[in-house]
Design a protein around this ligand. Structure first.
Ligand SMILES: Nc1ncnc2c1ncn2[C@@H]1O[C@H](COP(=O)(O)OP(=O)(O)OP(=O)(O)O)[C@@H](O)[C@H]1O
Length: 306
């Protein structure tokens, strides 16, 4: 049984007539211990997809399951790391993590909880910054706190919603390596979404393209069998890495805009009828009573597909 499963899910937003279908025919199965990365263009529905798993979004059709049970709301078995860190600014690094640990492990002793907090602060290499406030940290350090806080809750799956996209390229590279290393030591199941194909191949066991077919749907899984730990300098020259990268990018590019039938909306035509200017010099034209109003005839509507 997969840890997470999405079956035939679709999701759209908006009222009838103004509706925009975002995802359709989503089928996904993630096994325990897997590191799955979903890659897609900006705005194609990656956050919507990961939120079907987090429980923040419900599918219109189909179902999202965690250990075979329908996901109906967020839960501590699914830890979510956002792009924007979401730390409480008045609490130190230690306190931010402790807040989550106290909530989840209520029956532990004070010492047990403190040791657990310290372990995860160490794991993300922030022991010397444990007493600092978020405003005293760099973006990369804040995201490390966010990862540590989520991991410290011992979730069954770590959901990463473009966790590194707010960071500069060098910090991003460091954190990719660090998170991949933490995963190697912990083997917590990870579902990570990104718009960066290189990032996906560097960290994943399996990459799945979110095809921008409008509505978007998942493409075929691409297994990444590169040895770990992956050396980012060496990997750029690895023929297997180059092949995977080319395949992933081509798949995404080739599906762009396919099946584009998204929203049907009704437009009321302007309340005036076009005139025949070909007869502008005729007696009839000069003696006409002015343009005719469309609603004198009927209130016509047309259906357009955008
Ligand atoms: N709650 C909502 N109400 C209405 N529309 C929404 C809602 N959530 C998402 N959308 C729309 O769904 C589409 C996909 O959004 P989503 O955030 O899932 O994409 P994304 O791939 O994560 O984008 P990005 O990479 O830019 O974060 C967008 O057009 C967005 O405007």
């Amino acid at each position: 049984m997969p840890l997470i499963e999405i079956k035939n899910a679709s999701k759209g937003f908006g009222l009838p007539g103004q509706r925009s279908e975002v995802l359709k025919d989503i089928n996904l199965a993630v096994e325990e211990g897997e590191f799955v990365v979903i890659v897609g263009y900006s705005g194609t529905g990656k956050t919507t997809l990961i939120n079907l798993i987090s429980g923040l979004v419900k599918p219109d059709t189909g179902v999202a399951l965690m250990e075979d049970r329908p996901i109906t709301e967020p839960g501590t078995d699914r830890g979510l790391v956002f792009q924007n860190y979401s730390l409480l600014p008045w609490l130190t690094v230690e306190e931010n993590i402790a807040l989550a640990v106290d909530e989840v492990f209520k029956d532990w002793t004070k010492d047990q909880r403190a040791a657990h907090v310290a372990k995860y602060i160490g794991m993300v290499k922030l022991t010397s910054a444990a007493k600092k406030l978020p405003k005293e940290l760099s973006g990369g350090m804040r995201q490390r706190v966010s990862v540590a806080r989520t991991l410290a809750m011992n979730p069954k799956v770590l959901l990463m919603d473009e966790p590194l996209s707010a960071l500069d390229a060098l910090t991003r590279a460091t954190l990719q390596d660090e998170i991949a290393e933490i995963w190697l030591n912990n083997k917590t199941t990870v579902v990570w979404i990104t718009n960066d194909p290189d990032e996906a191949i560097l960290v994943a066991d399996r990459v799945i393209p979110l095809l921008p077919t409008s509505p978007a749907t998942l493409g075929e899984s691409i297994p990444v069998n590169l040895d770990r730990p992956r050396d980012r300098k060496a990997i750029n020259h690895d023929p297997e890495f180059k092949k995977l990268r080319a395949h992933l990018i081509t798949t995404l590019l080739e599906s762009k805009g396919k099946n584009k039938v998204k929203s049907n909306r009704k437009l009321v035509l302007p309340d005036i009828l076009p005139e025949d200017l070909g007869q502008a010099n005729s007696f009839e034209f000069l003696s006409r009573r002015g343009p005719k109003r469309r609603n004198e005839i009927k209130n016509e509507e047309v259906e357009v597909t955008a």
